[in-house]
Design a protein around this ligand. Structure first.
Ligand SMILES: [Zn+2]
Length: 288
């Protein structure tokens, strides 16, 4: 029998790697050779996690919860001033929770912040606009790639985006164009949002869907240009996120159906994301 989080002990399931039917207790898949193809009986539970429970609300929910925590940690130091300064958590709070950029990565060796920073935001409008775009784009990527691969795209884009902006912040400070100097300190889901757009652009190319291709590319171009007009936008995170999402989409191949494997990898991505925040706080407390 199958329960929500229960372990299936009898009958057959689809292999987590190739999708062929296997016995739930089989050691290897006769088709693709994967070991434990039924994920020790948890394959059905893992699959439901991706389809029914919804990764999209989780991504939005975790970002909102962390934003509220960052405000609470700021105490009386919530910054104001300017439209984009409304309800800004203190720099201290976001640093503690895992802001990325040249300073955290290269000065304090907090390399895991290239993941944690994607879950943090610098103000009310910042999180509002980013979550608006996540809610616009993540369901589309979920539909076309599957919810598991959406989370993988989201995570890879975050990491690649903040790696690029941190490296640029550390090594390209001499560039005469201020918008290309990378970031000393950076947070936000926009690298991931550009990653979702990159994955959609790749989907359009791969499947020949010119509607998806041109719409996603247009969004990306407008948002990228917007970043050049506005000051203090992390353009390297945008560019890196787009490239990360495009390449992830290519590696995951949207013409192949999503496998339970992908959902398991996605769970791993979310666990690593939560861990990156926890490690940030512990490391921050340890350093004092
Ligand atoms: Zn298999």
């Amino acid at each position: 029998m199958v329960r929500m989080f229960g372990r299936q002990t009898t009958g057959s399931v689809v292999c987590a790697s190739c999708g062929d039917l296997v016995g739930v207790n089989d050691d290897t898949c006769y088709n693709c050779g994967r070991r434990n193809p039924g994920l020790w009986g948890y394959a059905s539970a893992v699959r439901r996690l991706g389809s029914d429970m919804g990764f999209v609300p989780f991504v939005v929910g975790m970002s909102v919860v962390l934003y509220v925590i960052s405000l609470l940690m700021s105490g009386g130091n919530i910054m104001g001033g300017g439209m984009f300064g409304i309800l800004s958590p203190s720099t201290q709070a976001n640093l503690m929770l895992g802001a990325s950029g040249a300073v955290p990565v290269f000065v304090f060796d907090r390399w895991w912040t290239v993941l944690s920073a994607g879950w943090l935001h610098g103000g009310l409008l910042h999180i509002f606009f980013n979550m608006y775009w996540v809610r616009q784009l993540a369901p589309a990527v979920s539909d076309l790639y599957g919810p598991g691969r959406m989370v993988i795209v989201y995570t890879v884009a975050t990491i690649v985006g903040f790696l690029m902006s941190s490296f640029a912040g550390a090594f390209l400070g001499w560039i005469p164009i201020p918008m290309l100097r990378g970031a000393q300190l950076t947070v936000g889901a926009s690298a991931a949002i550009f990653g979702l757009l990159g994955a959609l652009v790749y989907y359009g190319r791969r499947t020949g869907s010119s509607a998806v291709y041109s719409q996603a590319l247009t969004y990306a171009a407008i948002m990228f240009l917007f970043g050049f007009v506005m000051s203090s936008i992390d353009n390297w995170a945008h560019a890196g996120g787009f490239v990360g999402g495009y390449v992830a989409g290519r590696l995951l191949d949207p013409l192949q159906p999503e496998r339970i494997n992908h959902v398991a990898w996605a769970l791993g991505c979310l666990v690593l994301s939560v861990l990156s925040i926890i490690v940030s706080v512990l490391h921050g407390l340890y350093l004092g």
